[in-house]
Design a protein around this ligand. Sequence first.
Ligand code: ADP
Length: 578
Amino acid sequence: MTKVLVVEDNPLNMEFALEMLKAIGFAAEKAVNGEEAIKKTEKEAYDLITPVKDEQGNIVNFVSVDKEITERKSAEDLLNKSKEFAETVLNSMNDAISVIGANDFRIIDANSVFLETYGMKKEEVIGKTCYEITHKRAEPCTPPDDICPLVETLNTGKHSTAEHVHYMKDGEKRYVEVSTSPMIDENGKVVNVIHVAKDITQRMQMLEQLRQKNQFVNATLESLPYPFYVIDTENYTIKLANSVAHKQGLREGSYCYVAHKNTKPCDTKDHQCPLREAKKTKKPVTAKHIHFDENGKPRDVEVHCYPIFDNEGNVNRVIEYTLDITDRQKIKEIRLENERLIYANGAKSEFLETMSHELRTPLNSIIGFSELMKQNTGLNEEQRHYLDNIITSGKSLLSIIDSILDLTRIEAEKMELVIEKFDAFQALDEIIDLIKEKAAKQNVLLKKELDLQLEYIEADRIKFKQILFNLIDNAVKFSKKEGGAVTITTRKVDDMAQISVSDTGIGIREKDIGKLFHVFQQVDTGASRKYGGTGLGLTITKQLVELHGGKIRAESKFGIGSTFTFVLPLHARKEGIK
Ligand code: ADP
């Protein structure tokens, strides 16, 4: 309330008024000089005396303002106090807070965390745009690609949040969660926006670490070539599975027993359930099961089950992986079968060797005594003929027995090579000498095409001659009725001796070439003429060549002729050959 102290235009009264003013505590002199005089009241309020002058400048009245000015002062105090309070609150907040103008995005105020965070002083910040301080750029964010919660608040008049990247003064990148709230005037218009930036860099880094960890775990699971999955022991559902498990229907949310094509958990009657066992014993369990693969085929699997515990120490999940042991089982069976065959083969070789020895002795006697009997001059023609038959058949039988003996020795790895350097041409001539009579009889011409570089060779002389004999003898034997030619060619190829026996005989069908070197294989000649033999010669020949570290091959055109070529190392492998 304003009181007007009306003083009469009379000096006495004026004096009296001044005395009164002094008496109640005003600096009355000040008032007389035309200045305002203030008095502090008891209640921490203020009274004010203002002189009122006339046109001539004489003080005619004093206006005393007491209660009203006290109220104003109190309101000011209150405002100051609430400003102080607001500032204290702002500065006590742990987030970077700023007040931003709605029209120009300029910062009006900022708290101490804001200044600390962006490394700036208040005067550097006030009046600058929020984007140049926080994003370090000259343009405001452009939604929708660049979401700006501030713009959102301006548009909607509501609270908004978004995750942003802010840059500190030194350029350091920080992740922040920005919340914006509108400051609305009495007309409902947004005048300012309160911008709160919470530093979530640590949270983001942890999330990133978590993401990387997850990625690592997923990559590890995916790298496994077998099904790997985690099962909830309460309801048998899959919680996590790699893509190999997915192929068998073991997907997140599905039941583990789909692997068995079951519609309910496995019964202990069917087989032991490793999950139940692991839950009961709280220990890892391994069990053999039958699971169905992606094509619905049953497979023998080994299930490995590991318990995972909850806080009470109960098994609430299990990790399972399954190894397909179907092939392992098969391999085991094959290995056993192999062992059985090796044993049987050994027994067969031993039997054949013993038998051959036992047969050889009486057979040699039969041949020897028959030859002796043939020298007896008292025999008639018929008896001589019988004796010739006995000798020829005996020799043929002896040669078969010798072949069987050779083969069993090679198979039992008992064949030993005696390597020496010898004249290959001479060895060849010795074989030709043995066969030439037969060749002449069959009208077959024997020809040689020799590489002079190959005169000497390192090999087992007897076995070398045996190889040559078998090939040349076959070439003559399988000549055509009208005869033909057999050509023996030698060539030095790198550090190998290459020897070919070509004939112009009956030839071999393409489909039979693969069978040639197999035991007892006599391919169908399709000819009316009968050819003797056992089908052992080429098998033994191949084994002898390979024993020397060489190779043999056959080429043929049915009805035109065949070529058998073998190569031997010029310098024989002495070690390793038995
Ligand atoms: P065999 O004692 O029957 O001659 P081999 O193992 O030496 O036994 O030969 C196996 C089979 O290969 C022969 O029976 C024959 O059918 C075929 N064969 C071998 N050499 C020739 C050749 N030069 N021409 C045609 N056929 C051949």
